[in-house]
Design a protein around this ligand. Structure first.
Ligand code: DAH
Length: 358
């Protein structure tokens, strides 16, 4: 065995023992790099005569190719091994059940929004949306609340700096502007609810500057107060899970409905404890009415052909009532201890068939 064979064999043995891509590259440099052992042999060719150079040159090149190929093969093999190790390490068993101790909880506002949506979806309502930053026209004027109307003061509006065009913009004070946007987005009939954030400059136990409302709107032919009454009766009984829940529609006033009403549900306040569905007291839960002809006209709908009803209620308030949560401000403090107590499991998806009341 000559020197070349010995060197080649020892290099090939070394290749077989490398244990990382980096070790393979180190060995490549040691054998085939500028100062490598094989490269060193190549350099001796210059001093040989033509005959010898031809024979040795071929042998050196063959050895170089063998070693280079062995290095490449080893590198691929190690890469594959690394990948296999990583894949088995990072493997997740997708058949495992969700961990019961999972930290995240669904906020009561999200849960109640889902509950409300499930009930109205069952009655054929779709969910509509509008922007939090509204213009004066959608939030007030189109809803039959003209400039200087007392309702504007009542809403304690957060105004934003006017647009370059001089247009007044604000944080919507209620979800009612979504009625207008939806009616203008396509021809009747319409049957939507619009849950979302609303804003008023107000803060105490039962008011926060940001809160949530859900708006309802039905526009069709020959719609009357009977439809409104049936729809809201169904809703209140479903959301509170009380099939014979007492309620009444009490005459009221809103600029965007005529006639207008507020809905009260039966409750008891004995001993300072509020119990829904018991006793002979009343609790106001929403505003509603027949959409005012001026509102239909503002949205481009002919009031002689189409009628409808609308309603609006506070989602946070429904959540407080339903789940016995005393202080509204805690809803928005992002305290995980509070959320762990009042929150819901992500698996507790509200459905009518599964039940909305826990
Ligand atoms: N927008 C009213 C408010 O924020 C609630 C309301 C009352 C909405 C009557 C309606 C309605 O659609 O018909 O106080």
């Amino acid at each position: 065995m000559d020197d070349l064979d010995r060197l080649t064999n020892s290099l090939l043995a070394e290749v077989a023992t490398t244990d990382s891509a980096a070790a393979v590259e180190d060995l490549r440099v040691a054998a085939l790099g500028k100062k490598g052992s094989i490269t060193g042999l190549m350099k001796t060719l210059g001093a040989m005569d033509a005959e010898e150079r031809k024979a040795k040159g071929q042998a050196f090149n063959a050895a170089k190719d063998r070693i280079s190929a062995a290095l490449d093969a080893r590198k691929t093999q190690l890469g594959q091994r690394e990948m296999d190790a990583r894949l088995s390490f990072e493997r997740v068993d997708v058949t495992l059940p969700v961990r019961a101790e999972s930290q995240g909880r669904i906020h009561p506002v999200s849960q109640v929004t889902e509950e409300i949506t499930a009930i109205f979806a069952d009655m054929g309502f779709k969910v509509a949306e509008g922007p939090d930053i509204e213009d004066d026209w959608h939030n007030f004027t189109a809803l039959n609340i003209p400039p200087n109307h007392p309702a504007r003061q009542m809403h304690d509006t957060f105004y934003l700096p006017p647009k370059d065009t001089g247009e007044t913009i604000l944080l919507r004070t209620h979800t009612s502007p979504v009625q207008i946007r939806h009616m203008m987005s396509g021809p009747p009939p319409h049957r939507i609810i619009a849950p979302g954030r609303t804003y008023r400059c107000d803060s105490d136990m039962t008011h926060t500057p940001m809160f949530h409302q859900v708006e309802g709107l039905v526009i069709d032919r020959n719609i009357h107060m009977g439809h409104l009454k049936g729809c809201l009766e169904e809703f209140t009984r479903a959301i509170f899970g009380i099939p014979d829940l007492r309620y009444r529609l009490r005459p009221s006033h809103f600029p965007f409905t005529e006639p207008s009403a507020e809905m009260d549900i039966g409750c008891s306040r004995k001993g300072g404890v509020l119990k829904i569905g018991e006793g002979d007291d009343w609790l106001e839960i929403l505003g509603c009415g027949m959409v005012h002809p001026k509102v239909l006209e503002a949205a481009g709908i002919d009031p002689n052909e189409w009628q409808g009803f609308a309603f609006g209620m506070g989602i946070d308030r429904i959540a407080m009532l339903k789940y016995g949560i005393p202080d509204l401000r805690a809803f928005f403090e992002a305290d995980v201890r509070w959320l762990r107590h009042y929150g819901f499991s992500a698996l507790d998806v509200p459905t009518l068939s599964g039940g909305l009341v826990r």
